[in-house]
Design a protein around this ligand. Structure first.
Ligand SMILES: [Fe+2]
Length: 472
């Protein structure tokens, strides 16, 4: 049997290729499908089956294009309302593929149409050895239960409890668990960075599986649900129809500084994807900064949205193409061009740049002990991160909520913005500058640098009163 897991760090997304005796199946394909076609060719497989464990909300799947290129059948839960030719993946449906067997389990809860897939390698044993759990069961967590418009989170969480306890957790201990997402995904909260697990290990260590009753599970899972990113609806609908093939064979137009300015004045967002330090030193005034280095696509979709028209600023042509691909993976496809020659060309043409002052953790500490001007510290990490340790007296607004909560921030004082390590704070500084906050300072190295320097850390419930000024 051939088994490959593909992990896309940008979206914390795992997809899979299974093959046996010249036939292949792909589970939860990413938008750009070349890697599956290449692997199939390498292994001498014909892809016959494409499985969507559910209609993904956080990325655009390549199922339709892959089916068009290979002639494979697409399997998706019967309740998905899929608008492409498909096989309804009902409970017990079995697909024989060479010496492998795939059997579907309907496991609603994360969404109503969610399915899991049992894998049996008949050369090894007649019993299933693995289960693809989609977003029903992760390593260390379970899927969020608030993505169905017709059911309440409580109703979905109840279904999820039944799916877990009546189906997945009844599997033998040593069955391996292969989920669709890992740490950092927006489809759960406390996922592990490990890429697979076993039923026994999840039963013992997964926090969501420790609830003693259905009611306790529902209460725990629906308490303090993070806001649902606005772009989720857009991506679900793209997946329900099936995204069209990517048309990236046409090169993106290079723009002169004058053309970029024209587009910017016309309402396009200038998106700069260079490393934070380069953005801070000099950038096109008014640009949004999201570095390619982190979970770029998720943040771009959340902070800008897939519908906006974009023009790109990157280090070179290869980074421009990489940016364009990563944006397409979340359904952001209105990219009109890129600044040819990047910021050096902008400078050479005599245009002004903006910059963002940077301070170290030690410098922030000095400022806060003896402020030469009024100041505030803005922490854009998630509530769970802040609760574990924060700078006393800081304001707290998670980055994902910042666009809707700008009115809570003081506009007069200097705003020192930090996150964990500097990735999210740079996004926040660009957002704040675009919103008219002109005294914004980025704290390099973030809270990790603050803690590593031995500076005082306040813990929620401790003496520092860390959350007393929380803006949450
Ligand atoms: Fe999901």
């Amino acid at each position: 049997m051939i088994f490959e897991q593909y992990y896309l760090g940008c979206l914390a997304h795992a997809s899979y290729l299974i093959g046996s005796e010249g036939e292949g199946a792909v589970i939860d394909p990413q938008r750009d499908i070349g890697l599956y076609l290449d692997a199939a060719q390498r292994h001498g497989l014909r892809i016959r089956h494409i499985i969507e464990t559910h209609l993904h909300a956080d990325f655009v799947s390549g199922h339709r294009e892959l089916a068009e290129k290979t002639g494979a059948a697409i399997y998706v839960g019967a309740r998905a309302g899929a608008r492409f030719p498909h096989v309804p993946a009902v409970d017990g449906l079995t697909v024989e593929m060479g010496r492998c067997r795939l059997r579907f389990l309907e496991t609603p809860g994360h969404t109503v149409e969610s399915v899991s897939v049992l894998l049996t390698d008949l050369d090894e044993s007649p019993e299933p050895q693995a289960v693809f759990t989609g977003d029903t069961l992760f390593v260390g967590d379970v899927g969020r239960p608030d993505l169905a418009p017709d059911l309440t989170p409580q109703e979905l969480a109840g279904l999820l409890y039944d799916s877990l306890h009546e189906k997945l957790l009844t599997l033998p201990d040593d069955v391996r668990v292969y989920p669709a997402h890992g740490a950092g995904s927006l489809c759960g909260r406390q996922m592990s960075s490990e890429r697979s697990s076993t039923i026994a290990r999840e039963r013992q260590t997964n926090h969501a599986l420790q609830a003693r009753t259905r009611q306790e599970f529902v209460e725990q899972l629906t308490r303090d649900l993070p806001p649902r990113p606005a772009y989720f609806h857009h991506d679900v609908e793209m997946n329900r129809t099936g995204a069209p093939a990517l048309e990236h064979n046409v090169a993106l137009p290079g723009l002169t500084p004058g053309q970029l300015l024209y587009y910017q004045k016309d309402g396009c967002v200038v998106l700069d994807t260079r490393p934070a330090i380069e953005f801070a030193a000099a950038h096109v005034p008014g640009s949004f900064h999201i570095a390619l280095g982190g979970q770029f696509a998720s943040w771009a979709a959340r902070m800008i949205g897939p519908e906006e028209r974009l023009v790109l600023v990157a280090e070179d042509a290869a980074k421009v193409e990489e940016t364009r691909m990563r944006l397409a993976r979340v359904g952001a496809e209105h990219v009109l061009g890129y600044l040819e020659g990047g910021v050096p060309a902008w400078l050479k043409a005599g245009y002004e740049t903006s910059s963002v002052p940077q301070v170290s953790a030690a410098e922030l500490s000095e400022w806060s002990l003896n402020p030469p001007s009024p100041m505030a510290i803005l922490d854009v990490r998630e509530p769970g991160e802040c609760a574990a340790g924060a700078i006393a007296g800081s304001l707290r607004v998670p980055l994902g909520q910042l666009p809707g909560r700008l009115a809570e921030l003081p506009s007069g004082p200097y705003l020192f913005v930090h996150c964990k390590g500097g990735y999210r704070s740079s996004i926040a500084t660009s957002l704040l500058r675009r919103a008219g906050f002109d005294k914004v300072v980025n704290v390099t190295g973030g809270f990790d640098a603050w803690a590593a320097a031995g500076l005082p850390v306040a813990v929620e419930g401790g003496s520092g009163g860390a959350c007393s000024r929380s803006a949450n």
